[in-house]
Design a protein around this ligand. Structure first.
Ligand code: ATP
Length: 350
């Protein structure tokens, strides 16, 4: 059972603030992803939880126990924290077979051989590698090696598991299937997981909540649905999913699309003056006969299950994605009309 709390965590390297004021309370059994572009501070935060980096400020707690308190100068050694970890470079030992690799954490805890083998085989069953116990890592695929690393992290029964881009070395298909396997294992064991990734679809499919980070700062913490449909700012809207930003002006209870003074949307945030409208490509409907704004078909990309259109609307290129559309329905250069649904709005600098 592990609840994890980060309270006003900062990490500074000289005058670089790698992480600034990170706060979260993670519930027992929750799957949390840290998501953000390269250099946003995900790994640094994870390493502070693991105990490989000391926070410059703030407190980290597992359950009721402080594992790090910068003000008091208290810092628990990584091996005492009882945390499991799998990193991007999932070093499995090349000279040990799968059983010995997975059993290693138990061996250093002096667990007797028979008991060790029993626990190792349980873990190998969980990660679907029961038949591979005698093999050396060189006789396994990348995905199988990844699962050995996962089994090794899990065998010590950590209540908190930290995963840092553990699927990044795998091909697209394997990554996809491993997502579901990791989720299933996490649910079955009821462990708390912190998962670092820059892959938004990975975070969306696996997480109970996502922490979106940018430039060392938490931008939003929320359920995947809330992050996607109610992004806190333009950075989050842009990073999670695809989005068109359209300049606009807010007046009273409406926001007017720039260049189309007749086209306006509700103003729930009571913005004033320069604003930005944001609409997802799949929330735009195309038509030949009429709609809110007129545009010219610029490009079409056939994606199999959908067509990805670029439509020139005045000076902007608007991206529209239609599921199940026929590629030939619109021709390049043809006049088309667009209707916008679920339009989001932000202040210009939000
Ligand atoms: N030891 C260090 N000394 C100075 N700056 C550092 C150090 N470690 C990290 N940083 C800086 O802190 C910031 C956050 O780095 P971090 O590795 O946490 O990012 P990240 O989000 O995990 O990125 P990536 O996805 O590329 O791994 C970066 O700007 C990085 O250059």
């Amino acid at each position: 059972m592990a609840e994890l709390k980060l309270h006003h965590i900062y990490k500074r390297y000289g005058n670089v603030t790698a992480v600034g004021d990170f706060n979260i309370e993670v519930a027992d059994g929750e799957f949390i992803s840290f998501l953000g572009p390269s250099g946003c501070g995900k790994t640094t935060t994870l390493r502070m939880i693991a105990g490989f980096e000391k926070p410059t400020e703030g407190v980290i707690m597992i359950g009721d126990q402080e594992i790090s308190n910068a003000e008091k100068g208290y810092f628990m050694a990584p091996e005492k924290r009882g945390i499991g970890m799998v990193f991007q470079s999932y070093a499995v030992w090349p000279h040990m077979n799968v059983i010995d690799n997975v059993g290693y954490p138990l061996k250093i805890q002096n667990v007797p051989k028979e008991e060790r083998l029993k626990q190792v085989m349980q873990m190998l069953e969980l990660v679907h590698l029961k038949e591979y116990g005698e093999r050396l890592p060189s006789q396994l695929s990348g995905g199988q090696q990844q699962r050995v690393a996962l089994a090794r992290a899990l065998v010590a029964k950590p209540s908190l598991l930290l995963l840092d881009e553990p699927l990044s070395n795998l091909d697209a298909k394997l990554r996809e299937s491993m997502r579901f396997e990791i989720s299933a294992i996490q649910k079955e064991l009821g462990i708390t997981v912190i998962y670092v990734t820059h892959d938004q679809s990975e975070a969306m499919t696996m997480s109970d909540r996502i922490v979106v980070m940018s430039m060392g700062k938490v931008q939003q913490i929320g359920r995947p649905y809330d992050i996607y449909t109610k992004p806190a700012n333009q950075m989050v809207a842009d990073f999670i999913g695809l989005v068109n930003f359209i300049p606009a002006t807010a007046k009273g209870d409406r926001i007017f699309m720039q260049g189309y003074e007749g086209v306006s949307f509700p103003n729930p945030k009571k913005l004033v003056g320069e604003a930005v409208l944001a609409v997802r490509p799949e929330q735009i409907t195309l038509s030949k006969t009429g709609g809110m704004v007129e545009g010219v078909m610029n490009h079409r990309f056939y994606m199999g299950d959908s067509v990805d259109y670029r439509v020139k609307v005045k000076d902007h290129i608007v991206r529209v994605i239609q599921k199940g559309a026929e590629y030939e329905k619109y021709k390049d250069g043809e006049t088309v009309y667009l209707d916008f649904d679920n339009v989001m709005s932000f202040a210009k600098d939000e």
